[in-house]
Design a protein around this ligand. Structure first.
Ligand code: CU
Length: 163
């Protein structure tokens, strides 16, 4: 028993460090499926002090059996939510707004910093708020609302505040 009790925390530490600072995402495995759209580990990183841009991340899988298109996103805590992607141009990562995102049947896309993400403008999230609803609108599946956990800030979050 002693060996087992010491081994497990060591393994957990290795797994968490492999996430490169996203430990607060990996620790939570919440999952919701609506109209065949599975959204897991939804999280919102609130705005930095003095700013109002939040970041939305989650894993999205199209289990509906048909191709679909993510058209838009919204949240009551945000005035406007855009779909963004990061594209590497030379050594520079640039953020781009995308109008929509096709998701073939069975396809998964992770929304994360450095890739696709939700850019949530004009966001107001109180310090005591633990989760917020976020709605994804699909061409076929319609509105899919998930509860996104409020996550902590990571050091490189500053790169998202240049809008
Ligand atoms: Cu962005």
């Amino acid at each position: 028993m002693l060996n087992r009790r010491t081994f497990l925390p060591a393994l957990a530490a290795v797994l968490l460090s492999a996430c490169g600072g996203h430990a607060h995402h990996g620790a939570d495995h919440s999952e919701t499926t609506t109209a065949g759209m599975t959204v897991s580990n939804a999280a919102v990183m609130p705005p930095l002090p003095g700013r109002d841009v939040a970041l939305g991340t989650f894993m999205l899988t199209n289990n509906s059996g048909a191709d679909d298109v993510l058209l838009a996103a919204s949240a009551p805590v945000s005035g406007r939510v855009e779909l963004h992607n990061h594209i590497k141009e030379g050594d520079v990562m640039k953020m781009r707004r995308v109008d929509s995102l096709a998701l073939a049947a069975g396809e998964s896309i992770e929304f994360k910093r450095g890739g696709y993400h939700l850019m949530m403008f004009q966001s107001a999230i109180g310090d005591d708020v633990k989760s917020v609803p976020v709605t994804l609108t699909f061409e076929n599946a319609g509105d899919v609302t998930v509860t996104a956990k409020i996550a902590g800030h990571d050091d490189d979050y500053g790169s998202h505040s240049g809008h």
